[in-house]
Design a protein around this ligand. Structure first.
Ligand SMILES: Cc1cc2nc3c(=O)[nH]c(=O)nc-3n(C[C@H](O)[C@H](O)[C@H](O)COP(=O)(O)OP(=O)(O)OC[C@H]3O[C@@H](n4cnc5c(N)ncnc54)[C@H](O)[C@@H]3O)c2cc1C
Length: 493
């Protein structure tokens, strides 16, 4: 609660997973706190995510008989980093692995229900915890928890500027001129910059990342920009998850995403998953796999072609096709193949999309659950009609594709029907990795190498150069860094 209008101990910029956790944590530690969210709803990218968190020594790991620890997690994270390893922030990696378990414990105590742990090599043990039924559960339970602790949440409150006095951050200015004062600290929890304008993105990124935008249009890097204005520095700004090819969202939400995120329902689903045969659970999981996940590049390796919305082939499908879609009209394309590829993708081991340990979807599953992205036709002329492209153009693209194959690449020709087109697909930045440089207390580090008094950053905005490769580390970082930033900010003086 605010002591008087517009003044709080802790002001949190952004109402995604990081910001909600930060406000809860600040309030829990005795501070008055407010979350300022620019969107109409809270949730951010967190509420759009698949919803996995990776951690060790959790209740679920222990009940699965797994003896694991933070040291091994620390070591295994390095195996995901590959050639980027020397760009990692080891202090923040340590902070993450040491605190992720408590984050999961807290989320569970607030009513979040997880399944797992799920395996993801090269992790030596299953460590991934997946929320049931979907990631809006984080948002709902944290919102309730914030209100219970007395933290305020405001939507449609876009923060434009940090206010400072004598080098200390003292609050924020909102669009429209209103100011909100922070007695102790401001926490930037405003997400990544995948959807920022080219002007900002080109400070750090180059090439195809500049042609495409992020999955969350509100991820415009406001926190990074405001932090830089006050002397902060963005680390690993050139790194992003993407470009990645994905289908458009379905016109109607999947069965899973329509489920209310009630803890009781989540527990019933979890029970059901243990006792209901896989065959019955599969249609339920499929809605998720065909809605949120990217089509596998295996399709291209086996003989699928990419054409743009005019039916013209525009790239070598075996050489980072995702980099070329952003330059096509509507930044969109179709994946086209014949019966030989279709038959292969109807059965193990070829899947159009997979979520490690959760589920997989083949062509038959896509026909059932995503008819909006599947065109099937007996002839190339009929396929062209269904795609809305010229038949002659499509035929000549197919000829060009067939001629481009080599005996070494082993790709099937597109020659026998039925023919298929999946799409349109777009190329996206799933999220960018560049966040403000922070210390182990999540304080933003200024140009002089010292913490900027009164300013913290967490989640994507405060990623600080820690590499979060693999699945489940970004959300673990978001909630863990938010939680720690909230606690430190509550006692900042
Ligand atoms: C499709 C998808 C699936 C994913 N799945 C996973 C997964 O399963 N596991 C995993 O670990 N990671 C996953 N991620 C990544 C993960 O979701 C993000 O890294 C994480 O949610 C970032 O949290 P955040 O709180 O920092 O940002 P966000 O959740 O985006 O929250 C930031 C909030 O700040 C608000 N904001 C921005 N600017 C301002 C401003 N000026 N004023 C006020 N408010 C502002 C935004 O509107 C937003 O609500 C996924 C990402 C995507 C896109």
């Amino acid at each position: 609660m605010s002591d008087y209008a517009g003044t709080y101990d802790v002001v949190v910029v952004g109402g995604g997973g990081t910001g909600l956790m930060a406000a809860w944590s600040a309030a829990r530690n005795g501070a008055s706190a407010v979350v300022l969210e620019k969107g109409e709803h809270i949730g951010g990218t967190t509420g759009m995510s698949v919803g996995t968190l990776t951690a060790t020594d959790t209740r679920l790991q222990r009940s699965a008989g797994i003896k694991d620890n933070a040291d091994w997690h620390f070591e295994d994270m390095a195996k995901f980093a590959g050639p980027l390893a020397n760009r990692d922030n080891l202090q923040l990696r340590r902070l993450l692995v040491d605190n992720a378990r408590e984050t999961i414990d807290i989320l569970e105590s607030l009513g979040v229900v997880f399944m797992g742990p799920l395996p993801e090599p090269p992790h030596r043990f299953p460590r991934m915890h997946a929320i049931i039924p979907h990631s809006r559960g984080f948002v709902r339970q944290l919102e309730k928890a914030c209100r219970k602790e007395g933290a305020s949440i405001r939507t449609q409150a876009q923060v434009q500027k940090l206010l400072a006095d004598n080098g200390r951050v003292t609050g924020v200015a909102l669009q429209g001129g209103e100011t909100v004062t922070a007695r102790r600290a401001v926490i930037l929890a405003s997400g990544d910059f995948s959807s920022a304008g080219v002007d900002y993105k080109s400070k750090y990124m180059s090439g195809p990342l500049l042609d495409i935008s992020g999955i969350n249009p509100l991820s415009t890097g406001d926190g990074q920009r405001m932090g830089e204005e006050i002397g902060g520095q963005v680390i690993n700004g050139d790194l992003a998850w993407g470009p990645e090819i994905r289908f458009r969202a379905p016109p109607n939400p999947s069965i899973i995403s329509k489920l209310p995120p009630w803890p009781l329902l989540a527990r019933l689903i979890l029970k059901g998953m243990k006792i209901v045969p896989d065959k019955l659970m599969r249609p339920f999981l499929l809605g998720f796999v065909t809605t949120f996940l990217a089509p596998s590049h295996q399709l291209f390796q086996k003989g699928a072609m990419l054409v743009n919305l005019d039916g013209v082939r525009f790239c070598d499908e075996l050489n980072r096709p995702q980099d070329h879609i952003g330059k096509q009209s509507d930044k969109s394309a179709w994946i086209v193949f014949g019966s030989e590829v279709a038959e292969q993708f109807r059965a193990y081991p070829n899947f159009i999309s997979t979520a490690p340990g959760v589920g997989y979807a083949d062509l038959t599953d896509y026909e059932k659950t995503r008819p909006d992205v599947v065109c099937k036709a007996a002839t190339m002329v009929e396929l062209a009609q269904k795609m809305g492209v010229g038949a002659d153009v499509l035929k000549s693209s197919v000829q060009e594709f067939n001629a481009s194959r080599t005996p070494e690449d082993g790709r099937a020709a597109i020659e026998a029907g039925p023919f298929y087109a999946l799409g349109p697909v777009l190329s996206w930045i799933v999220f960018s990795e560049g966040g403000l440089k922070v210390d182990e207390r999540l304080r933003v580090i200024g140009g002089d190498g010292e913490p900027v008094p009164g300013l913290y950053a967490a989640g994507s905005a405060g990623q600080g150069g820690v590499l979060l490769e693999g699945h489940g580390h970004h959300l673990s970082w978001a909630f863990t860094s938010g939680r720690l930033a909230g606690a430190h900010a509550a006692s900042d003086s």
